[in-house]
Design a protein around this ligand. Structure first.
Ligand code: C6P
Length: 404
C-alpha cells in the first residue's frame, strides 16, 4: 500500500491554496503535477552543467550530452525498446504524431487507407486528415458504442490490404477507456499495416512494453507523467525510422552538407534537428525514475480504488450521467448533470479550490457521438485521495443546488 500522505509531501503544489481553499487537483489528464525531485533537477541542470549537446569538446558540453543520452537509455528501458536509437526526444505527443504523418506523406498513395478510431484526441485525427489530403489516401473511422468502447468487429471489417496505417490511443483522454491495442496491432499487422499508438494518457498509469505490444510507433508526452512541459518521446521501430524521411532539416540531423546534396545523420539524430529541450529531456529521466520508485503496480491499485470510489459517490447525485461506462478504464471520469452546462459546474467548484476540466477535451467527435457540448472530467493521479473525491462530490452537490 502506498503512503499517500508521504507521496503528497513530494509535490509542493498540493499544499497550496487556490481561491482560499486547499487545492484539489483533478486535472491530471491535462498535465500532472511535478514532484520536488523533478523541480530540483531542472534547477540543478542549469546551475551545474548547462551547455549545448553533441557539439562541444568542452567538459560541460560532454556532461550535458552524457546526461541527455543516459536519460534516453533510461526511457528505452522503461518502455522496453530494443535500441536506444528507437527513442526520439520530442516536444510531446503532438510533435511525435506529426513526425510520423509527415514521414508517411512520401509513402502513401491514392487508394491507400488510414484507420483512426472515433475515440481519438484531435492530435491523433487532424495530422492524419492532413496526410490523407496531401496523398489522396482515405481516412476510415472505427466506430464506438454507447459505453464508449470501440466496436472491434467493425474494426476487423475495416481492415484490408488497402490499410497502410492504423492509429489508436492506448487510453482515451475524454472517457478513460483502455483500448485493446495488443489485439488491434496484431490484426493490423496481419494485413501489412503499420500501427501508431497514442500513449499520451497511458504513460501516467502504466508502463508500456513496446516490444510486447509490437507497435511500430508509440508517442507520449512527458508533462503528463510528472516530467516538464515541452518534453515527449516518440518510439519507432528501427526499420520504420530508417524508412521515414527526416521531419525537420537543420543542425544535428546531418552527416554532411554541400549545396549539391546533404546526407542525414544516423538514428536517432536524423529526427532531432536543432538544439533540443536539453534540461527537459534529462529531467524526463528523473520523472521516470520517480514513477518507477513508486511502482506502477502500486499506482494501478491506488488509482483503481479512486476510480471505484468516485464512480460510486458521483452516482449518488441525481441526474448525473457518466460517459465511458466500458469495463476497462483508467482513473478518468467524464460526466454531466441533467440540464446543467459542464462549464457552470466547473466554474463553481473552481471557487472551492477544485480543478477539473470541462469542455470537449479536444475530442469533439466523441461529444458529437453523445450529442453533448462537453463533459466535466475528473482525472485522478496516484497522489489523489478518497477524501478529495468526497470534497468534490459535496462541491458538485452544492453547485447543482445553486444552478437548479
Ligand atoms: N490531452 C487533455 O486534457 P500534447 O499536448 O502534445 O502533450 O498531448 C496531446 C494529446 C494527444 N493524445 C491524447 C490522448 C491526449 O490526451 C493529449 C493531450 C490533454 O486531455 C490536453 S488537450
Amino acid at each position: 500500500m502506498l503512503d499517500i500522505q508521504k507521496i503528497r509531501a513530494d509535490f509542493p503544489i498540493l499544499s497550496e491554496k487556490v481561491n482560499g481553499k486547499p487545492l484539489v487537483y483533478f486535472d491530471n489528464g491535462a498535465t500532472s503535477q511535478k514532484p520536488q525531485v523533478v523541480i530540483d533537477a531542472i534547477a540543478k541542470y542549469y546551475q551545474e552543467i548547462n551547455a549545448n549537446i553533441h557539439r562541444g569538446v568542452h567538459t560541460l558540453s560532454q556532461l550535458a550530452t552524457d546526461a541527455y543520452e543516459i536519460s534516453r537509455v533510461k526511457i528505452q528501458h522503461h518502455i522496453n525498446a530494443k535500441f536506444s536509437h528507437e527513442v526520439l526526444f520530442t516536444s510531446g505527443t503532438t510533435h511525435g504524431i506529426n513526425l510520423v504523418t509527415n514521414g508517411f506523406a512520401s509513402i502513401l498513395k491514392p487508394g491507400d487507407e488510414v484507420i483512426v478510431s472515433s475515440l481519438e484526441h484531435h492530435s491523433n485525427i487532424v495530422p492524419w486528415q492532413m496526410l490523407c489530403e496531401k496523398t489522396g489516401a482515405t481516412l476510415k473511422v472505427i466506430p464506438m458504442n454507447e459505453d464508449g468502447e470501440l466496436i472491434i468487429e467493425a474494426y476487423d471489417a475495416l481492415l484490408s490490404e488497402k490499410t497502410k496505417v492504423v492509429t489508436v490511443n492506448h487510453i482515451s483522454n475524454a472517457l478513460g477507456i483502455i483500448n485493446p491495442i495488443k489485439y488491434m496491432i496484431e490484426k493490423a499487422h496481419a494485413v501489412g499495416a503499420a500501427v501508431l499508438i497514442d500513449g499520451a494518457q497511458a504513460v501516467p498509469h502504466l508502463k508500456p512494453d513496446v516490444q510486447d505490444l509490437d507497435c511500430d510507433f508509440y508517442a507520449f508526452s512527458g508533462h503528463k507523467m510528472c516530467g516538464p512541459t515541452g518534453t515527449g518521446i516518440l518510439y519507432g521501430k528501427e526499420e520504420w525510422l530508417n524508412k521515414l524521411p527526416p521531419y525537420q532539416g537543420g543542425g544535428e540531423m546531418i552527416k554532411e552538407v554541400t549545396f549539391e546534396k546533404t546526407t542525414y545523420a544516423d538514428l536517432p539524430h536524423k529526427f532531432e534537428a536543432g538544439t533540443p529541450n536539453i534540461a527537459g529531456g534529462i529531467v524526463l529521466g528523473t520523472a521516470v525514475d520517480y514513477l518507477n520508485h513508486i511502482g506502477f503496480h502500486n499506482i494501478h491499485q491506488h488509482e483503481t480504488h479512486l476510480l471505484q470510489h468516485a464512480t460510486k459517490r458521483l452516482l449518488e447525485i441525481e441526474g448525473l450521467k457518466i460517459y465511458g461506462t466500458g469495463k476497462n478504464k483508467a482513473s478518468v471520469i467524464s460526466f454531466n448533470i441533467d440540464g446543467i452546462h459542464p462549464y457552470d459546474i466547473g466554474s463553481i467548484i473552481d471557487k472551492l479550490g477544485i480543478a477539473v476540466r470541462t469542455g470537449h477535451h479536444c475530442a469533439q467527435p466523441i461529444m458529437n457521438f453523445f450529442c453533448i457540448p462537453g463533459t466535466i472530467r475528473a482525472s485522478f493521479s496516484f497522489y489523489n485521495t478518497k477524501e478529495e473525491i468526497d470534497i468534490m462530490v459535496e462541491a458538485i452537490k452544492k453547485a447543482k443546488t445553486m444552478l437548479s
